[in-house]
Ligand binder design. Structure first.
Ligand code: GTP
Length: 304
């Protein structure tokens, strides 16, 4: 891998989509590229797609790699010619094993990049696909959101490639915007315009900032519950209440859990694509207020 000296072009975004077999990686990509859900997809081959994407009037070139599920991390890193700009790690909400695989994959990839001490912090998005299969659900929304919080600079979404093009499109566009902002800041740091490269905390802040903008532009962005205005303070509250509900969940019996899952399923937030994001790091939580990076600077690369 070319590794640490790579300078990313902000107008060229490379995504790697990874996860267990059959979770719908190809379905999500094909849905985004063609607007269609065709049901059966080629399996067993790593395919890379290139696509021009319009982000608020500005075109970027997106490269999306549908990575093989069985590839070892070592092999994946050694065969890459350059770092991706973001990882999208997919599991199926109807298959717990795929969730566990996604969690270990996320942790391994993050750990590996931490060890590389790469110049760029790569954002992750954990995606629980097949949210239309509610009756077969084995992983709750809360579990997915919680898992994303154990990995630094990781956001979370549920999606259904089968059900919705707009939501899948918004998912991908959101990742591209995030990656592009990160690339711009990293490039600036290298040119000496900014004193240091974006840190993990910076990227976590970017995710938060991204969520706010996403919400104000679509009225239903990442990190937002329907009908709830988003602010860092509110977000903290909603995370607290989410933690409470998780705590309550663990105290419930299986019947209680089933009822709780029903409530989760039927809540407005769990209809369609649902997002929450994480601001927490491996070793402890990073509150939005602690992040030292200048928010103004993120806004100055707005319109992304
Ligand atoms: N119900 C439902 N089925 C889906 C969804 N996404 C994918 N599938 C189905 O899940 C199966 C596997 O989808 P793929 O896109 O091939 O999964 P993959 O992760 O690319 O699989 P591999 O290439 O084998 O790793 C197919 O039968 C799809 O039709 C979804 O959102 N909902």
């Amino acid at each position: 891998m070319r590794g640490t000296q790579q300078i990313s072009d902000p107008r060229f975004i490379k995504l790697v989509i990874w996860g267990a077999k059959g979770v719908g990686k190809s379905a999500l990509i094909v849905r985004f590229l063609t607007r269609r859900f065709i049901g059966e997809y080629l399996s067993g081959r790593e395919i890379t797609y290139q696509h021009e994407v319009n982000l608020s009037g500005e075109w970027i070139t997106a490269e999306i790699c549908d990575a093989l599920p069985c590839t070892s991390l070592h092999k994946h890193l050694s065969t890459m010619t350059s770092h991706p700009d973001a990882y999208v790690i997919v599991y199926s909400v109807s298959e717990r094993e795929s969730f566990e695989y996604a969690c270990s994959l996320m942790r391994d990839v993050r750990r590996c990049y931490n060890e590389l001490q790469d110049e760029k912090v790569i954002p992750f998005v954990l995606v629980g696909n097949k949210s239309d299969l509610d009756h077969l659900r084995e992983v709750s929304y809360v579990e997915g959101a919680e898992a994303s919080e154990t990995v630094t600079a990781c956001s979370f979404a549920e999606a259904s490639a089968a059900e919705s093009f707009p939501e899948t499109e918004e998912l991908f566009k959101g990742v591209f915007r995030l990656a592009k902002t990160n690339n711009i800041l990293t490039a600036r740091a290298k040119e000496g315009i900014r004193s240091r490269r974006p840190s993990l905390k910076d990227v976590a802040l970017m995710i938060k900032d991204h969520c706010k903008r996403q919400q104000s532009s679509t009225g239903e962005g990442w990190g937002k519950r329907k009908g709830e205005a988003f602010s860092p303070k509110l977000r903290k509250q909603s995370l607290t209440s989410k933690c409470k509900s998780v705590g309550a969940l663990s105290e419930l019996g299986s019947e209680g859990k089933a009822q709780q899952n029903d409530r989760n399923r039927n809540s407005p937030i769990n209809k369609g694509l649902r997002h929450v994001h994480s601001l927490t790091g491996n070793g402890g939580s990073v509150s939005a207020d602690e992040v030292s990076s200048p928010e103004d600077e993120f806004q100055s690369v707005d319109g992304i």
